[in-house]
Design a protein around this ligand. Structure first.
Ligand SMILES: Cc1ncc(C[n+]2csc(CCOP(=O)(O)OP(=O)(O)O)c2C)c(N)n1
Length: 334
């Protein structure tokens, strides 16, 4: 561990860099432990409905959101808890939403797949696969028209590549040079089907067809994700138009919390390989140790703090009241 005596004094830029990577670690741990609690709430039958866990994919949301301003936009998916937290949402209000409580982001009426948080630029999760591509592109269009310098990031899974609306919006985004970044989180499976059975050609080829800047990144490496995101955000903000990022990653759990027996579509060895060899938290933790940015004790402390935070947030949500009956017809769209 770095001590005052073991190292010469470091400059401001170095400190900022170290703080940034420690924050990235902390954010990934918060997401992992948030999801652990979601699974626990489901198993204890305290949460109505299902949820789709983001565990294993944390480096994508964190690497990208660390490259964004608070007023930049994101749109999210059915697997959206990691995006929300990485952009700055409060776990208290997220758990409250999951449990249908009034303190939740949608007053308890949306649940896991409908969390939106305008204060942090989060235009919402979306239960419809590919459902947010138009929202993100529209937000980028507005940002360009208003000249406010905002950028929109559109997260989606590789399953959304089958949605025609993605190609309509990518076409317009490129024609109009909109500040939008399409982030395809390729976790290999569309529900229970390997993406190679649903996706002809290459993923990047789709964006290349529109002349959109397209690139791939190791989605288990938070620093690599952040580096490429920083570049793409910079060019979008400068008016150089949209980009498409394929982030290769893996979800550790089932498609949703109830998907327990998965061997008919993927092996236990495959899951084990990703968890032991490619875990984004372990990989980044090892790098922090190697760089002398943290010691084992520091990392354990960050874990313990995040666990305390998430346990307190769950307690808050469990104790929070449900919306009153007179609100049943409010905030409803037909
Ligand atoms: C338009 C539409 N079709 C089908 C579904 C059912 N569905 C929910 S998630 C999912 C697979 C999504 O796979 P992907 O986009 O790769 O995201 P991942 O779950 O892997 O994160 C499907 C088919 C849906 N929600 N919306």
């Amino acid at each position: 561990m770095t001590t005052a005596t073991s190292k010469p004094e470091v400059g401001g830029a170095e400190v900022a860099e170290k703080d940034k990577w420690l924050r990235a670690y902390r954010q990934m741990v918060r997401i992992r432990l948030f999801e652990e609690q979601v699974n626990e709430l489901y198993t204890r039958a305290l949460m109505p409905g299902l949820a789709h866990l983001y565990s294993g994919e944390e480096a994508v949301a964190v690497g990208i959101c660390e490259a964004l301003r608070i007023d930049d936009y994101i749109t999210s998916t059915h697997r959206g808890h990691g995006h929300c937290l990485a952009k700055g949402a409060s776990p208290d209000r997220m758990f409250a939403e999951l449990l249908g409580k009034e303190a939740g982001y949608c007053r308890g009426k949306g649940g896991s797949m409908h969390i939106a948080d305008p204060a942090t630029g989060n235009l919402g999760a979306n239960a419809i696969v590919g459902g947010s591509v138009g929202i993100a592109t529209g937000a980028a269009f507005a940002a360009k028209r208003l000249g406010n310098g905002r950028v929109a990031v559109c997260f989606f899974g590789e399953g959304a590549l089958g949605q025609g609306s993605l190609y309509e919006v990518m076409n317009l985004a490129q024609l109009w040079k909109l500040p939008v970044i399409y982030v395809c989180e390729n976790n290999l499976y569309n529900e229970y089907t390997h993406y190679s059975e649903t996706t002809a050609g290459t993923i990047l080829g789709r964006a290349v067809a529109f002349g959109i800047e397209a690139t791939t990144v190791d989605g288990q490496d938070v620093r690599a994700v952040n580096e490429v995101a920083t570049r793409l955000v910079k060019r979008a903000r400068a008016g150089d138009g949209p980009a498409f990022l394929q982030a290769d990653t893996y979800r550790y759990s089932g498609h949703h919390v109830g998907d327990i027996n998965r061997e008919y579509y993927r092996s236990k060895q495959e899951e084990q390989h990703w968890k032991t060899e490619r875990d984004p938290i372990k990989l980044h933790g090892n790098w922090l140790l190697k760089q002398d940015h943290a010691g084992e004790g520091d990392l354990e402390r960050l874990f313990a703090e995040a666990r305390t935070e998430m346990e307190a947030a769950v307690k808050f949500a469990i104790a929070a009241p449900y919306p009153s009956v007179d609100q049943v017809d409010q905030d409803i769209y037909a």
